[in-house]
Design a protein around this ligand. Structure first.
Ligand SMILES: *Cc1c(COP(=O)(O)O)cnc(C)c1O
Length: 464
């Protein structure tokens, strides 16, 4: 007996239902076809008839219960380096190179020329040297690891001088004094919260001093009556007294203009090394737009000491991270290529007129379905502890109240969007839901359009 005679729809009719298109997009056609076949087989075995809508609902429920915890989301917050949403997205080109390294064996620690054991990350170190002027470089798990390892190797049991204006906390679990504690180095605070002078450092130097550390106040700004010592002057003082100077710049911009659109106050690896820092520390998944990792760059003799420390093995990165980092650095050699293929750089470089155009198109589509939506100027931010006071010009589509009865407030609507498929993370501001397009990729507009219509549209499925 055919499925039609049994009262079941054919596979292709189920697949063509718009209710499954988002699943085909997310999981691929093959997975969805497989699930449709299985669902129909179950109904057949139970001798049950079912219409397309019921079969679609069953297929969607099965796919839903099977989805990953680490789910893809649409980031409509306007915060580009959102730590909660995985910081820098890697995009198709970089992901392809990661997949290539992951699928089969790769030359991770192997010298193909001699056929013997080689060193990990030599390619990456060479790329970093070319891009930043660093003599040498080593890659660890994150910037917290870079700081921990550097302090441990260069200063365990000795003092490192830091300005009181730079004792930062990043995201709760990273507090500089705690990192010192864990490293075995002693923190010597000098100056005050708002003012630290060169003489504060020089007066504090004593025989047990190992070096001077500058930390970029990357997620806050002290304004008003302030004074800070520039890295060049700090490095000169350190060298004059036979000490080293380390600069934790945080965000990891490679050089001025890399990535584009970063303000002049943001330190860069190249700039800091050129000013005299012996080592620069930074994250790989902030402004560099790469995978989570920490970079230590600078003097070859110091990097060599760090590389052989037993703790290095505990903090080093795996082949997937190295593959992603190498891909990012290769792309970064050409600015035009980088802006195309490093997603964070693309988002940063998008002209606001383009965001406006996309916003108008979305708003028009929603308005046509009686959803009140308005394009408005907005301010996006880098986030992730980067340039807290540098707003990026952006456009948001604002969904204004009153909303349908089941959404008493914008928070209720924002929650429904987060629980949709795929989840959309929006910003709630002034009683409205803001969908900021600076952090939304152009090919995600269509998903955003459907996600909003699924909640607010006229022909919203009644089972919503
Ligand atoms: C972000 C940041 C860190 C921590 O970096 P992770 O890579 O998140 O561990 C440390 N120092 C500064 C200055 C930072 O901005």
């Amino acid at each position: 007996m055919s499925d039609v005679r049994r009262g079941l729809p054919p596979v292709h009719a189920v697949l063509d239902d718009p209710g499954l298109s988002v699943w085909i997009e997310r999981r691929g056609r093959e997975v969805v076809v497989e699930q449709v076949r299985e669902t129909l087989a179950q109904l057949r075995a139970q001798g049950r008839a079912a219409g397309i809508a019921e079969v679609v609902a069953r297929v969607a429920a099965a796919l839903e219960s099977d989805r990953a915890g680490l789910r893809r989301v649409i980031n409509a917050t306007g915060i580009l380096i959102h730590t909660g949403l995985g910081r820098a997205p890697l995009g198709a080109e970089i992901a392809r190179q990661v997949a290539e390294a992951a699928e089969r064996y790769c030359a991770l620690e192997f010298d193909l020329d001699s056929g013997t054991r080689g060193r990990r990350a030599t390619h990456v170190a060479q790329l970093l040297a070319d891009l930043t002027g660093a003599e040498a470089a080593v890659v660890v798990n994150n910037n917290a690891a870079a700081t921990l390892l550097t302090l441990r190797v260069l200063a365990a049991g000795r003092e490192v001088i830091v300005s009181r204006g730079q004792l930062i906390e990043i995201g709760g679990s990273y507090r500089l004094p705690d990192v010192f504690e864990a490293s075995g180095a002693r923190l010597r605070e000098v100056g005050t919260t708002n003012k630290t002078r060169l003489s504060d450092y020089s007066d504090a130097i004593q025989p047990s001093t190992a070096g001077l550390l500058r930390v970029h106040a990357s997620n806050f700004r002290i304004v008003g009556f302030t004074e800070e010592v520039a890295i060049g002057a700090l490095a000169a003082l350190a060298h004059d007294r036979g000490l080293w100077c380390v600069d934790d710049i945080g965000s990891g911009a490679l050089a001025p203009g890399l990535p584009p659109g970063i303000g002049p106050r943001e330190p860069t690896i190249r700039g800091s090394l050129a000013a005299g820092a012996d080592l620069v520390l930074c994250s790989g998944d902030k402004l560099l737009g790469g995978p989570q990792c920490g970079l230590i760059l600078g003097r070859a003799d110091l990097i060599a000491q760090i590389s052989v420390d037993p703790m290095m093995r505990a903090l080093r990165v795996d082949k997937l991270t190295l593959a992603a980092l190498e891909a990012v650095l290769r792309l970064a050699r050409s600015r035009s290529q980088a802006v195309k293929a490093i997603p964070l750089w693309s988002l940063l470089a998008t002209p606001v007129e383009q965001l406006d155009h996309r916003g108008q198109r979305l708003a028009a589509r929603w308005n046509a379905q009686n959803v009140s939506a308005l394009v408005t100027s907005s301010e996006a931010y880098l986030g992730g502890g980067t340039t807290p006071d540098q707003a990026l010009p952006s456009r948001a589509v604002r969904l204004d109240p009153p909303f349908p009865g089941r959404f008493p407030t914008a928070d209720h609507l924002a929650r429904a969007l987060r629980l949709g498929e795929p989840p959309v993370v929006a910003r709630v501001h002034g009683g409205s839901v803001w969908l900021d397009l600076r952090s939304v990729f152009p090919d995600e507009d269509v998903i955003l359009e459907r996600a909003v219509l699924a909640q607010l549209g006229d022909d919203r499925p009644s089972t919503g």
